[in-house]
Design a protein around this ligand. Sequence first.
Ligand SMILES: *[C@@H]1O[C@H](CO)[C@@H](O)[C@H](O)[C@H]1NC(C)=O
Ligand SMILES: *[C@@H]1O[C@H](CO)[C@@H](O)[C@H](O)[C@H]1NC(C)=O
Ligand SMILES: *[C@@H]1O[C@H](CO)[C@@H](O)[C@H](O)[C@H]1NC(C)=O
Ligand SMILES: *[C@@H]1O[C@H](CO)[C@@H](O)[C@H](O)[C@H]1NC(C)=O
Ligand SMILES: *[C@@H]1O[C@H](CO)[C@@H](O)[C@H](O)[C@H]1NC(C)=O
Ligand SMILES: CC(=O)N[C@H]1CO[C@H](CO)[C@@H](O)[C@@H]1O
Length: 484
Amino acid sequence: MKWVFLVALSITLCSAMPRFPRIQYKMPEQLPPNYVQSWFTSFVDHFGSGIETFQMRYFSKNTYWTNNTQAPGPIFFYCGNEGAIEMFIENSGWIDQLASQMGAAVVYAEHRYFGQSMPFGNRSFTSPQNLKYLSPHQALGDYAYLLQNLKIMYYDAPVIAWGGSYGGMLAAWFRMKYPNLVVGAIASSAPIFHFMGSVNPEEFNEIVTNDYAMVDTNCVPYIKTAHDILGVWTRNSTLWWQLQEIFNTCTEVITYSTASNIINWIDNALTYMAMTDYPYETNFLEPMPANPVNVACSKFNNLADDATDAEILAAIRDAVNVYYNSTGNNTCNLVDQQYDNGLGDNGWDYLSCSTLVMPIGSDGVHDMFLPQPFSISAIDSYCLQTWGVAPVTDYAKIFYGSSTNPLGPLRYASNILFPNGSLDPWQSGGVLESIHANSVIGFIMQGAAHHLDLRTPNPSDPEDVVTARNTEKQLIKYWLATAK
Ligand SMILES: *[C@@H]1O[C@H](CO)[C@@H](O)[C@H](O)[C@H]1NC(C)=O
Ligand SMILES: *[C@@H]1O[C@H](CO)[C@@H](O)[C@H](O)[C@H]1NC(C)=O
Ligand SMILES: *[C@@H]1O[C@H](CO)[C@@H](O)[C@H](O)[C@H]1NC(C)=O
Ligand SMILES: *[C@@H]1O[C@H](CO)[C@@H](O)[C@H](O)[C@H]1NC(C)=O
Ligand SMILES: *[C@@H]1O[C@H](CO)[C@@H](O)[C@H](O)[C@H]1NC(C)=O
Ligand SMILES: CC(=O)N[C@H]1CO[C@H](CO)[C@@H](O)[C@@H]1O
């Protein structure tokens, strides 16, 4: 009996908060023109004596490239992150534009175990034995071998690494570990310090909360009240039928698990809207209006001072439906199925259980969520049950440098730019200050969400994002000039 209780408790803790919220892109129907798909034979294990290989996928575009043996144009190399690589090509239009201005070749490499780059085909996820080659250092090994090979065709052209989010972490780490191959890196919204010992796990949710607080002073108090009500209602089974009615759930609310999933479903949407609070309409897994956080907060405007609990819950339902149901097509709410969809969820789950444990929690005081402290033991038991692995919490610190003195390790780095969005919760683990002028530079883009700078320039972009893109261009020119 006691054992059953413990298991139930740990599952609740783990599923209650997305452990590493990320943008869930959807597969584009069509790529921007002239991206050609190719395959590269890479080693499954770059650090052992094995000779086993697999086919990794990449896309390249040569139409802008200055094809000159003496002064070849640079290579813009995007370090693929957690998903099929087409999704990042589609959502990084700025890289393509800048390549056209600078005569650069563009290469997008797909991260192993994502998209079609599967080291063991459809058996890649079937055993811990096959999964153990899924790690940032093995992925960087793929990128290094691929680049070494491509450089022959491009007359040893200088390389700029690019990436957003986890891709930005890879771009920064790629420059740190392989300065022989990479001249500089643009690491956009890259939370390279979001690890145990160097981040306050609650800061992420404080930033999410601030994004809502900035819109309207009533917004956060209502969201907080809605959480308090839900905290009570989900634990009182006589109220579940009412939850089912208000939230129009696809499954009946007859278990505590479904009832509490309503809270997860809400928090998931609140977090993603903050991360992708872009100033124009977007279309990731679901289409969203411009400035979704503002639209969500507006749903509380019509509440009377004496609004009932049920009315407040209906308002928060409408607020999160800005994320889930902006088409208006949903007939019911899939509160039990928030994490399926998105290609590559398995690979991401494994990474966040092994080398990339990024702590996130909430205290319910400085943020608008229910208190849910980060718990490494809950993660441990989830990861052991799900993947048969124990998290390596010191990985980033040991491999790349990530410490309580976060600026420490970067003293030894050079030529990395870290743009951060002021609205992006991931700035909690980002590099927000410059370490050396023109060399290791961090800054905040006011009014920008998660790696907005990488997206195709848009007339609604905040001024800081326009400035950031200019800085990227000038720095790349400077790095290329000084690399000669
Ligand atoms: C560069 O030009 C040479 C000679 O015209 C051609 O053979 C080669 O394919 C070109 N390379 C690329 C990457 O376009
Ligand atoms: C993997 O693919 C092969 C060949 O297409 C198929 O025969 C096999 O059943 C698949 N295995 C799994 C575990 O899906
Ligand atoms: C559960 O809710 C019902 C209906 O509002 C209420 O009468 C009852 O006291 C609540 N039970 C608990 C344990 O709070
Ligand atoms: C989705 O939006 C439409 C239009 O506003 C609404 O009629 C429908 O009830 C919503 N679906 C759910 C599940 O809330
Ligand atoms: C949603 O409904 C609109 C028309 O109301 C339709 O054009 C669109 O294809 C629908 N979207 C989905 C994802 O079903
Ligand atoms: C160089 C720079 O822009 N630094 C800013 C980075 O972001 C922090 C937090 O918003 C600011 O305090 C810094 O001034």
